[in-house]
Write a protein that binds this ligand. Structure first.
Ligand SMILES: Cc1ncc(COP(=O)(O)O)c(C=O)c1O
Length: 386
């Protein structure tokens, strides 16, 4: 369709690419193809679909849509963000080395260190906010660099272009986990990334009602290998979950604008709060990489982390929130508030958390799209418990 061919605007692509009306009925919403198999006309003759682990028309639509939003060649969706990162890891071979950010979502180093290191892959973790650390960590067998920007939960940024300039001459694939920003605020492929990954569970779905993951590819060999992995390993996304994301992305642009607007208001409120020691948000002028944030992202998003001073303070305030919901995850329309040390980053262990500065007093908030005054009132009354 036209939106696919021309470089239509982001919201237009979100609403139209892969979202074309159903050709048989005219239904405006994409159908959910709840089928495990497809009838064939004769041996070897079919309509492009043979078995639902291999492909499904609802999935095809979602993959086209997400590739268009990230500016990639093709996308492959899997049953969760972690299933996607696992699939990407299988692009490597025993003996390969991966340089990773030292402050990734806790599940990623858990997968790398507790599963893949037993299969002969090596991982090094460095502070990628300085691209020279990536350069220094590269070895002869380095095949991949895996980063998240901003990081979770400390909101440190990595200069994607600078890291890509380190990787490209050495033919090392740069993978960017773009979950926190969504393609609306950050376009890693335009900055030199080779693969972009998302937990679609977060902003892309946007309604906290389904797990999922996507990898957006820039080369045909990656797209082919990842399609083969869908078929061979089978951790594919169900048609219903694909449909939920197709539905969610239609409002991604307006949701992200509102997340961003409210995120800035909440961050300013927290930054002025007398009981809080520190607020981590790239949109604040005192964030050490505020200039990079303005250059690399077109908005600041709504992920904010703040230091309450102790586990007991964190617990006192988290017990009192009413509009914000205490729980893991992020990126939904509802405000979610969490405690990284015991939730998302528990797997790192105390020592691992200390090494990168995740304290017991840190609280992370994913600002939703409720009335921001209600969120401020809620946080204000909860913080009075400290
Ligand atoms: C940045 C990031 N990447 C990946 C994941 C894993 O995604 P999922 O929970 O969909 O497996 C998460 C989950 O919180 C995340 O925050």
């Amino acid at each position: 369709m036209a939106a696919k061919k021309t470089k239509a605007g982001f919201a237009t692509r979100a609403i139209h690419v892969g979202q074309e009306p159903d050709p048989t009925t005219g239904a405006v919403a994409p159908p959910i193809f709840a089928t495990s198999t497809y009838v064939q006309q004769e041996i070897g003759k079919h309509k492009g679909y043979e078995y639902a682990r291999v492909s499904n028309p609802t999935r095809t639509r979602l993959e086209e849509n997400l590739a268009a939003l990230e500016g990639g060649l093709a996308a492959r969706v899997f049953s969760s963000g972690m299933a996607t990162i696992n699939a990407i890891t299988t692009l490597l071979k025993a003996g390969d080395h991966v340089v990773c950010g030292n402050n990734l979502y806790g599940g990623t180093p858990r997968l790398f260190n507790q599963v893949w290191s037993d299969f002969g892959l090596e991982f090094a973790y460095v502070d990628t906010s300085d691209a020279r650390n990536v350069q220094k960590a590269i070895k002869k067998n380095t095949r991949m660099v895996f980063i998240e920007t901003p990081t979770n939960p400390l909101m440190a940024l990595t200069d994607i272009r600078a890291v890509s300039d380190v990787c490209r001459p050495k033919k090392i694939d740069l993978v960017v986990d773009n979950t926190f920003m969504s393609p609306y605020f950050q376009q890693p492929i335009a900055l030199g990334a080779d693969l972009v990954v998302h937990s679609t569970t977060k902003f892309l779905n946007g309604h906290s009602d389904g797990l999922g993951g996507v990898v957006v590819c820039t080369r045909q060999d990656q797209a082919d290998k990842l399609a083969f992995l869908q078929k061979a390993a089978g951790a594919i996304l169900s048609p219903f979950e694909c449909w939920l994301i197709l539905r969610g992305v239609k409002t991604l642009a307006v949701r992200m604008e509102k997340h961003d607007e409210s995120g800035r208001v909440v961050a300013e409120f927290l930054a002025k709060h007398k009981k809080l020691k520190k607020v981590f948000f790239p949109g604040l002028a005192d964030h050490p990489q505020h200039d990079l944030a303005k250059r690399q992202m077109s908005g600041f998003g709504s992920m904010i982390t703040f230091e309450t001073g102790s586990l007991s303070n964190a617990n006192k305030m988290l017990r009192k929130v009413k509009v914000c919901s205490l729980g893991e995850s992020l990126g939904g329309v509802e405000t979610l508030i969490s405690h990284p040390a015991t939730m998302t980053h528990a797997a790192l262990g105390e020592k691992g958390r200390q090494e990168i500065g995740i304290t017991d007093g840190l609280v992370r908030i994913s600002v939703g799209i409720e009335d921001v005054e209600d969120l401020i009132d809620d946080l204000d009354q909860a913080l009075s418990a400290i």
